[in-house]
Design a binder for this molecule. Structure first.
Ligand code: ADP
Length: 551
């Protein structure tokens, strides 16, 4: 059958598509597809100045104009005349029900700024679209296809998000009275925007041009900043963009997105024409191409922070204040520890005497000892917190059975907890070489948290396993859970979730997970959590078997 292509005679936009269309002649020849309504629809679509597609027939075969081709990126030209299911395989679970609804009910779907993860340029890209899907009726009133008008709003949505962050950072700079407060607030703002800046490290120049890390987020490994090409930035004063960062990292950085960050930038921090006062290493989103807009935004972040570091703040003063604060905490905790240990010893002695004499003060003494234990625990955590922060921890390595340690700790805690059903599945046959007491501290902290943060009771499952490379531990509870946005932050020193501080009376200082994470990292392992708010939490850690102490 000869087809009259005059309906495609669209003039200015049409050249490239017309050629493709002819190559898809087999599709247009199929009687099911090539109906008068399709011809009319394609005529409108191809002549329009807006991005329009037509999804036709059972397969929702896709036809579109040149403007729509721009949205498709690398999917074009293959997409033309192909089933929508194949063209948009990565978002078919969202599209299919919408297309079917239009066909079955004649409904028009209209969505503003709808988010999609499109694989149109070789990676899953964060995109937003205003779009409509409306039915195309034939002369008999039957729906033959779908008219799809799309306006990409990615730049608008992401642009707004970026402006909000920049405005926040400017506001923080205008209101902070000290450098410490400034960085604390910067951390909060940056940690909330991990979509744009998945991780960051801010270094300030102190005495003798030594750069010290003063703030970081989204990163749970120790970074050796000397490895990064900072010299290039210090020489030129210009931002350095890095296409690949794997050489500078011990392991891939995965934060907001499931894909690891591959790109980063090192931005100078300086106040207008003043010399560089520091620099910032910033991870770039794996879901957004490092285009001019993104580069400009990253430079603006550095610009805003750099401008705020005005001469009113003395870096040396700030850094030495930080050190003094740490020292003070360490001295106080250390000085408190000795009398507490003596008080505990005396209490136990009096308890033994009173038990022997059969008087009833032993009950009160048991309560007193339990409070002393709590106080002792708090002081130990404070001391550990400062020591880990300044790298003053030493490990004592011995060989021991990991499963036996887990069993011992769980049974000790089990005795004092009647509300929860603690179940243990031990599957780690290996002997492990590591710091037994420190690993015990981690297990005990995770188990105490599981009990503390599931106030209504429920099941607590502990599982261990091992293979030739590593041992693994997990603990799940059915408690209050942790919001996604806080699942990284809970490993920071003194961090407690906002709900816990404002709504629940759970005691704590936000040190346990920080210390646990540092211990696991010191032994070359990894600690992480998975949770849904209100539906409990699972904490995991793994430890490599070939760990050699580098400490
Ligand atoms: P603390 O319990 O003293 O606050 P941690 O460092 O042990 O300190 O925990 C930090 C924060 O992590 C807690 O304040 C709480 O918000 C959250 N958290 C820890 N474990 C759990 C859990 N199993 N369920 C819910 N939230 C938890």
């Amino acid at each position: 059958m000869d087809i009259d292509y005059s309906f495609l005679n669209a003039g200015r936009n049409m050249d490239s598509l017309f050629r493709i269309l002819r190559s898809k002649i087999a599709i247009l020849n199929s009687p099911e597809i090539s109906t008068p309504t399709l011809k009319t629809s394609l005529g409108i679509c191809l002549n329009s100045g807006f991005p329009i597609a037509v999804c036709w027939g059972k397969e929702f075969t896709l036809f579109y104009n040149d403007q729509y081709a721009l949205i498709l990126g690398g999917k074009h030209p293959k997409a033309f005349g192909s089933p929508t299911k194949i063209v948009f395989a990565e978002i078919w679970d969202i599209l299919e029900p919408q297309l079917k609804l239009v066909i079955s009910s004649g409904t028009t779907i209209k969505l503003p700024d709808a988010p999609f993860l499109l694989d149109r340029n070789g990676y899953l890209e964060e995109c937003y679209f205003d779009y409509t899907l409306s039915p195309i009726y034939n002369a008999e009133g039957k729906i033959e296809g779908i008219f799809n008008l799309v306006i990409e709003t990615t730049n608008k949505v992401i642009g707004q998000r970026r402006s909000e962050l920049l405005n926040k950072l400017i506001k923080i700079g205008n209101t902070a009275q000290t450098l410490e407060k400034y960085f604390n607030n910067c951390k909060i703002a940056l940690n909330e925007e991990q979509q744009e800046i998945p991780f960051y490290l801010i270094y300030l120049k102190g005495k003798h041009k030594i750069y010290t890390l003063v703030a970081s987020g989204g990163i749970d490994q120790t970074i050796d900043h000397h490895k990064w090409p900072v010299e290039d930035l210090l020489k030129s004063g210009n931002t350095v963009f890095l296409d690949s960062i794997s050489d500078y990292l011990a392991e891939p950085i995965i934060t907001f997105y499931p894909e690891p960050c591959c790109e980063a930038a090192i931005i100078p921090l300086k106040n207008k024409n003043a010399p560089i006062s520091g620099y910032m290493i910033v991870g770039l989103s794996p879901r957004k191409k490092n285009d001019t807009d993104y580069k400009q935004f990253i430079e603006n972040v550095g610009g805003v922070i750099g401008n705020c570091l005005s001469s009113a703040f003395s870096f040396d003063e700030f850094l030495s204040l930080e050190r003094e604060k740490e020292n003070l905490l360490r001295i106080i905790s250390h000085e408190l520890k000795t009398p507490i240990t003596s008080i505990k010893g005396y209490a136990q002695l009096i308890m033994r005497v009173s038990e022997k004499n059969g008087d009833d003060s032993s009950k009160l003494l048991t309560k007193m000892t339990s409070q002393i234990n709590k106080l002792n625990h708090i002081i130990t955590d404070m001391l550990d917190g400062t020591n880990f922060n300044s790298g003053r921890i030493h490990l004592t390595i011995t060989e021991f059975s990991f499963d036996n340690l887990v069993k011992k700790i769980a049974s000790e805690i089990y005795i004092s907890d009647s509300k929860h059903n603690i179940q243990i599945e031990l599957g780690c046959r290996n002997l492990y070489s590591g710091d037994r007491a420190r690993i015990g501290q981690v297990i005990s902290n995770l188990l105490s948290n599981a009990i503390k943060y599931s106030p209504d009771g429920g099941n607590i499952f502990i599982r261990t396993s091992g293979n030739n490379e590593k041992i693994s531990f997990s603990i799940s509870d059915q408690g209050i859970g942790i919001r996604k946005a806080e699942q990284q932050k809970i490993f920071e020193r003194f961090y407690r979730s906002t709900e816990i501080i404002t709504q629940y009376p759970y005691p704590g200082m936000g040190l346990g997970l920080f210390i646990s994470n540092e211990i696991i990292k010191l032994m070359g392992g990894k600690l992480w959590c998975e949770s849904q708010e209100g539906q409990g939490a699972i904490f995991y850690f793994t430890l490599p078997l070939d760990y050699k102490s580098t400490y």
